[in-house]
Structure formats: structure tokens, C-alpha cells
Design a protein around this ligand. Structure first.
Ligand code: 9MJ
Length: 454
């Protein structure tokens, strides 16, 4: 093997730093600094050098996020500090009770300062960095023991393989949530549907399924992100005084932290943060299922301690659920202006995503087949953000004996339907032949015009 010259070693180091910086700008700050073509040239140059001189490869090189032959081990990992869960508050009153308990326990007369964090709906993970390099990533598991998912976590571009900055501690553990942004989730489901594979019910399941892969090459193709929300140091004397400052430190090390985080003093301010985040919920590019309030002072957190499996210094206040169960009472066919026919499920009304929903799109006949929907089925209905409510899963165990198959509308005998691969199209002339139940009537309720969602 040819030994790399000092010039080659130096150029490889320069390329690694430049590419790592571009990755940070792109994946963490969402602010790319170079066009893709330039990035690709740099990446290829580094790949070529490393192929020619394998001994210059470092554990944190950006070319090796996906190890060629490495498989995720899922070996058992005991958490040095347990990854406990959060208590929930389901109403404003329960949040006020929480704040009262905190103040009573601390014998505080002044209002308490909290950090308010969007509660991402993903999977909690723990990342260990030794001398600044990512050495181990684990799932939360039961809070005490998780699974080693290092090879999969390395494929997530917003996870730093090396901490930024010079003054990094010897051993640090960063915790956060791995999640799949809405756009990536929808693109992934489209891709799976095109291949005739089963789609994921929601972004959380998609993120979980992606992390559970044995082959990191599969995980690498999934649009996952990591958002950090806490830090623990071996050398506690290096911890800042507040959780907020800890988050700023984590951000400086190169992690994505949530830009919606803010501080609030007292329960009233917290409830205002809850309402403001609720108003923003639909417009965020990722799903959240609530807001987490954490006592900001680490000294006060320590004083409060833990009860059973949850910290006394934090609580999650939940948002209305975006998925509920209901029953399909009928399926009708809605005809758009272009003649495209969309099956619409008439549902037993259900409160989901903050509104009462009585219709949900079934998209097309392929989708009905893929889901295996029958009239009478109990189904998961999902309404996330401002999108049309969707039927995402049939609960097979709850199928009644009299469940009926969904029938296509019967066309007039003189007209022939045009059957496309993924959608049934009918010429408008055919509509005259449709029965009343399959008429072009626009369904009442929450559905916008067909052209937005067929
Ligand atoms: C989420 N899911 O976004 C925590 N979380 O803190 C945030 N989860 C958490 N914090 C301690 N922002 C345990 C869990």
C-alpha cells in the first residue's frame, strides 16, 4: 500500500473539514453555502484520496457515514443515567397543578422559570461522544437499557460525527429525538406505494421503522433528523447553571436544537407558550404532540429530583391527538372537474386533530386495495396539520361479519372507463350513468374541493 504524503494527509484533512462544515450549514442550519455540484466535487475528491490511501480514513470522516459492511448490532446498552419518561398534563389545570407542586417543593415565593420545548413525536436517543467523536448511540428502550444503533444513527446527516469547537469535554452524552419531517414522510410513503410496499401510518412509525433496520444503507435513504434537547457531562463542574445554556452549548457543538424553544416564567406564561405553539403546530415542517416544560435552573432540578420513573422538574402538556379510531359507514365516489374519481370514506364522526371529522379521503382504488378497506371497518383516521383527513390503517381484528367490499360506481353501459394504473378516470359523460350514491356531489363537512386532494 502506498503511504500518503504529508500533502495528501493535509489535503484530506482540509476536505474533511470543508465537507463537514458544508454538511452543518445544510443539514443543521438549513442554510447551504455551496451548490450541490461543488459539494459533490469535494466529496468525490475525498473519496478518491481515501480509496487510494485507506490509512488516512478517520472515524469521523464524512464519507463513512454509511459503513459499507457494517450492520447495526442492536446490542443491549445500559444507560449510565436512566432515560426517564415525562409525566403528562392533559389540561391547563393539570399544568397549573404541576407548577404549584414545583413551587411548594422548592418553597419558592417567586415564579419559576421554565424552558418550553416543542415535544417532537419521534424516538428518544442517547449519543455518547468521547474526545469529541461519536462513539455510541442507543435507543431509550425501557429507560434503563436500550439498544445500540450507532451504525444507523451515523447515517443521519444532522448528527455530528465530531463535536464542533476546540474546548470539547472528554465524555459527553447528548440526548434528543430522531424524527421524520412531514415532507420526507410523505415522499417516503409515495416511494413505498410506487413499489407496491406498505406505507407507514405516521412519521413516528416511519422513523421507528427506519431506525430498526439492520442495514444502515436502508436507514441512510430515510429522511431522518435529530433534534437535541439535553446534555449530561461526566465532569459536572463543566455544566452551565441552566438548561437553556446547556442547549446553547449543544447547539455550538453542532447539533440542531429546536428554534421554537423559549423561556417562560410562571404557569400563566407557560400556558401562553402552549397556545402559541398550538397555533403554529400545523405550519411546522414536523409533527409535535405537545409541549414540554422544564425547570430552567439545574440546581433547582437537582433539588426537585425524580419520582418513580419521571423527573419532578418537567412535564409534557399534550396537544389534541392527530389519530383516532372510527368506523367507515360508507364509501362514496367524488368526481373532480377533470373527471378523476376519488373514493371518500363517510365516517362515524370523530374528534381528531382539533376538529370533528366525518369524511376522509381514500385517494384511489389502489389505496383501497392496499389498505384492505371494507365498509363497516374500524380504521385509524389521521388529520395532521391542514391536510385532508386520511384513512391510514384498518384494524383487522375489529372487522364485523357484515363488512362489505367497496364497489366501483357502475358506469353507463354506453361509456367505457379509462383505467389508469393508480387512479380510475372516467369521462364526465359517464357521470350521467352513475347512481345517486356515486354522484358528483361534493361531500359536506370538512372536505375542500377535489382538485386539492385527488
Ligand atoms: C421531545 N420529545 O421533544 C424531552 N422531548 O426531556 C423534549 N423530550 C425529554 N424533551 C426529558 N423536547 C425526557 C424527555
Amino acid at each position: 500500500m502506498t503511504k500518503a504524503s504529508p500533502d495528501v494527509i493535509s489535503r484530506a484533512g482540509e476536505l474533511r473539514d470543508t465537507i463537514t462544515e458544508h454538511n452543518y450549514q445544510y443539514y443543521v442550519l438549513d442554510d447551504p453555502r455551496v451548490p450541490d455540484a461543488e459539494y459533490d466535487r469535494l466529496f468525490r475528491e475525498l473519496q478518491d484520496l481515501e480509496a487510494q490511501y485507506p490509512d488516512i480514513v478517520t472515524p469521523d470522516t464524512p464519507t463513512r457515514r454509511v459503513g459499507a459492511s457494517v450492520e447495526t448490532t442492536f446490542e443491549e446498552v445500559v444507560h449510565r443515567i436512566p432515560m426517564l419518561s415525562l409525566d403528562n398534563a392533559f389540561s391547563d389545570e393539570e399544568l397549573r397543578d404541576f407548577d404549584r407542586r414545583v413551587k411548594d417543593r422548592l418553597k419558592a415565593s417567586d415564579d419559576i422559570e421554565y424552558v418550553c420545548e416543542p415535544k417532537l413525536d419521534g424516538l428518544a436517543v442517547s449519543l455518547h461522544y468521547e474526545s469529541g467523536v461519536l462513539t455510541r448511540a442507543a435507543t431509550r428502550g425501557d429507560g434503563y437499557t436500550g439498544e445500540d444503533i450507532t451504525a444507523n444513527i451515523r447515517t443521519i446527516p444532522s448528527v455530528p460525527l465530531r463535536l464542533r469547537g476546540d474546548n470539547v469535554p472528554e465524555l459527553v452524552e447528548v440526548r434528543g429525538e430522531v424524527y421524520m419531517p412531514r415532507e420526507g414522510f410523505e415522499a417516503l410513503n409515495r416511494r413505498l406505494a410506487d413499489k407496491g410496499e406498505k406505507a407507514f401510518v405516521n412519521p413516528r412509525n416511519a422513523a421507528a421503522g427506519s431506525l430498526r433496520q439492520k442495514k444502515p444503507t436502508v436507514t441512510a435513504r430515510r429522511p431522518l433528523e435529530l433534534c437535541a434537547y439535553s446534555v449530561a457531562l461526566e465532569d459536572e463542574s463543566r455544566l452551565p447553571a441552566t438548561h437553556w445554556e446547556g442547549l446553547q452549548q449543544v447547539s455550538a457543538w453542532g447539533f440542531r436544537i429546536n428554534p421554537e424553544m423559549r423561556r417562560a416564567t410562571g404557569a400563566k406564561d407557560c400556558l401562553q407558550a402552549y397556545n402559541e405553539l398550538m397555533d403554529k403546530r400545523a405550519s411546522l415542517p414536523y409533527e409535535i404532540d405537545g409541549i414540554v416544560f422544564k425547570v430552567n435552573s439545574l440546581a433547582l432540578q437537582q433539588q426537585l429530583g425524580f419520582v418513580s420513573r419521571a423527573p419532578r422538574w418537567a412535564i409534557a402538556q399534550k396537544f389534541p391527538a392527530q389519530e383516532e379510531l372510527t368506523v367507515i359507514e360508507d364509501v362514496e365516489f367524488q368526481v373532480g372537474r377533470t373527471g378523476a374519481i376519488t373514493p371518500v370514506a363517510r365516517l362515524k364522526p370523530v374528534f381528531v386533530g382539533g376538529v370533528t371529522v366525518s369524511n376522509a379521503t381514500l385517494h384511489n382504488m389502489d389505496e383501497i386495495q392496499r389498505l384492505g378497506v371494507r365498509i363497516g371497518d374500524t380504521v385509524f383516521v389521521r388529520r395532521a396539520g391542514d391536510v385532508i383527513p386520511q384513512v391510514v390503517k384498518v384494524v383487522a381484528e375489529r372487522r364485523p361479519d357484515n363488512a362489505r367490499e367497496v364497489q366501483l360506481p357502475t358506469p353507463a353501459p354506453y361509456a367505457s372507463p379509462i383505467l389508469c394504473r393508480s387512479r380510475v378516470k372516467w369521462w364526465p359523460a359517464v357521470l350521467a350513468g352513475c347512481s345517486a350514491r356515486h354522484s358528483a356531489r361534493r361531500p359536506s363537512g370538512t372536505m375542500p374541493p377535489a382538485r386539492h386532494w385527488t
